[in-house]
Write a protein of this length. Structure first.
Length: 109
């Protein structure tokens, strides 16, 4: 897709007290064609519990996902070509994270 903008979508994939019918994928990565308004699914993963807020590092190489039910922020490596997300095995343990704001890339090497 020419001139595509990456779009990251978090969806409830585990039942929670406030939402008993959760049936989402977890994390989805899409390409949005700004000129054509076309959307193409690039990747999805269920390796995360109820991602409630997502943030991409300034370098674009990592995605941080606040996982409200798991009391952690998961860190995924992002393949910019395929859109694939891979769990890095690294996380920030914090009670009930609701928001993630990244001002610099802490994993940049």
């Amino acid at each position: 897709m020419q001139s595509a903008c990456p779009v990251f979508v978090g969806s409830l994939n585990r039942e929670a007290p406030y939402f008993q019918g959760a049936r989402g994928v977890g994390l989805g990565v899409y390409a949005f064609g700004e000129a054509t308004l076309a959307v193409q699914k690039l990747a999805e993963t269920d390796e995360v519990d109820n991602p409630t807020f997502l943030s991409v590092t300034p370098s674009g190489r990592h995605l941080f996902s606040a996982n409200q039910n798991a009391d952690r922020i998961s860190i995924f490596a992002r393949d910019e070509t395929s859109g694939r997300l891979t769990d890095t095995g690294r996380a920030i343990e914090i009670g009930t994270p609701m928001c993630v704001r990244i001002t610099r890339d802490p994993l940049r090497s």
